[in-house]
Write a protein that binds this ligand. Structure first.
Ligand SMILES: [Zn+2]
Length: 184
């Protein structure tokens, strides 16, 4: 997906493990697991497609309609063809698409925890994912384990980064590791 020379010339945006899955489609999706002999069929676990791959998960899967719609309301309709251009157009777009991709991977159990240790992510990037994640039993805090406040008198920047996990035990473990690292 995308043109490598466009990527090389970008001025913002880190491409990490999760984003690489999103952008290349070589992630831990069912069809990939199938090739590795780990599961018995290629279909989406949510039952809406015979083939579960990156394209299905991010652009088509019925399960993620609300998350996709809230992203598209802010940006525009996302497709595999325009996603790179959108992300490169503005720093804010990059962050929103990146958050969308990462939270979906978390919720699908394809990633265990999501760490965004630097400021740059804003409240409106995390409020919808936080609600979905918490409804699924997960947790989203700053990297010190504190929850963000959504009241009007607070800064809209998530200055202390984001740590999100579907399993509170994994959240706690990441928190311990991060705070050990911060002390040294
Ligand atoms: Zn699906």
């Amino acid at each position: 997906m995308g043109n490598p020379s466009v990527w090389a010339g970008r001025e913002h945006g880190e491409v990490d493990y999760y984003l690489t899955q999103f952008l290349t489609g070589h992630g831990c999706f069912t069809s990939y697991l199938y090739r590795m002999g780990k599961v018995g069929d290629l279909s989406c676990v949510f039952g809406d497609s015979d083939l579960d791959d990156a394209r299905h998960t991010f652009f088509l899967c019925d399960r993620w309609v609300p998350e996709r719609e809230s992203l598209e309301q802010e940006i525009e309709k996302i497709t595999p063809e325009n996603i790179v251009e959108i992300m490169l157009s503005l720093r804010d777009c990059w962050d929103r698409v990146a958050t969308f991709a990462k939270v979906i991977l978390l919720l699908e159990g394809k990633a265990h925890c999501y760490v965004f240790p630097t400021p740059g992510c804003k409240r409106w990037d995390t409020c919808a994912p936080e609600a979905v994640l918490e409804a699924a039993g997960g947790i989203l805090t700053d990297i010190f384990g504190k929850k963000y406040s959504y009241s009007n008198d607070t800064d809209y920047l998530n200055n202390d980064g984001v740590l999100a996990a579907l399993d509170p035990k994994i959240h706690k473990r990441c928190l311990d590791i991060l705070n050990l690292t911060n002390k040294t």
